[in-house]
Design a protein around this ligand. Structure first.
Ligand code: SIN
Ligand code: MN
Length: 282
């Protein structure tokens, strides 16, 4: 990728991968926190078809200060703001658990169509920032991204659309890319597999075609994805039937006021008070 800035890499390829951004201690802390979080019932925890295995945890930053602090970490928010060129807030935050032996696939799709039709976001000017929370190889069902596919506009075809937000998260996704388009895109551009080590970070554009297959490995494939949006691209006010807040943010205040702390700086208490202060002021 030469000497391109992160923003220019994402503009060129639709994605950019950075190794070892979070230390193993930080990854342990995040995984331990996830384990504690799922011990309690929370909104936004979605199961696989077996109704037992957790497929994804959505919006944990709305209910938990550790995660609220994490989304403001400069290693995530910094490149997002560099790419988008404006102050950002979190439109969506999810942790895809893809549990060992049971984690199901994600068909080929682009993300923006869900946020456009589901949430009323006017433009595709958002960015996904993902952290690998475990080492990932081909057996884990890694995220697969087609470099350059963000330049071809909306490629989505509707599958049988039930109108339910659950379908937007299922293995029968509401909007998928047709096989002829995938044939052509893979032939011309290849596929980048998001394999690597826990602590690696990837940015990817919401117009990039991506998918992942089942996890047949003995370990969970835990992928944390924060989607940042800018304060000039908030949902249309006349958008009706908004999806739940754990999928589509209602709070559009930019995060940068609290962006200079790392998740394991162990300043949870002061940050907690800062956050409560911000909340109280509203
Ligand atoms: C996504 O499509 O946003 C994530 C898919 C995955 O976790 O593999
Ligand atoms: Mn996606």
């Amino acid at each position: 990728m030469g000497n391109l800035s992160i923003a220019d890499q994402v503009k060129q390829d639709g994605l950019s991968i950075h190794r070892q951004c979070f230390s193993s201690e930080e990854i342990v802390a995040i995984n331990e926190h996830i384990a504690r979080y799922i011990e309690e019932p929370h909104p936004g925890i979605v199961r696989e078809d077996d109704r037992k295995s957790i497929r994804g945890i959505h919006g944990p930053h709305l209910y938990d200060n550790f995660f609220r602090q994490l989304v403001a970490d400069p290693r995530l928010l910094g490149p997002a703001e560099e790419f988008l060129g404006e102050p950002c807030y979190v439109h969506q935050f999810k942790i895809n658990m893809k549990q060992r032996m049971k984690g199901e696939a994600w068909p080929w799709h682009q993300d923006y169509i869900f946020w456009k039709n589901g949430d009323g976001i006017p433009r595709p000017n958002l960015i996904n920032v993902a952290i690998l929370l475990n080492d990932v190889d081909m057996l884990h069902g890694p995220l697969c991204l087609i470099p350059g596919s963000h330049k071809f506009g909306d490629l989505s075809e509707s599958s049988k659309n039930t109108g339910d937000w659950e379908q937007d998260l299922s293995k029968d996704l509401t909007y998928q890319i047709g096989h002829a388009d995938i044939d052509r895109l893979v032939r011309d551009n290849g596929v980048k597999y998001l394999t690597g080590e826990a602590g690696d970070v990837a940015l990817f554009d919401p117009m990039v075609a991506h998918s992942s297959s089942v996890n047949l490995s003995p370990q969970d494939r835990v992928l944390l994805i924060v989607t940042y949006n800018t304060t000039s691209n908030t949902p249309r006010p006349d958008h009706n039937k908004p999806r739940p807040e754990f999928l589509s943010a209602r709070d559009f205040r930019p995060l940068h006021q609290i962006a200079n702390r790392r998740v394991t700086d162990q300043v949870i208490e002061p940050v907690f008070h800062e956050l409560v202060g911000v909340e109280d002021g509203n």
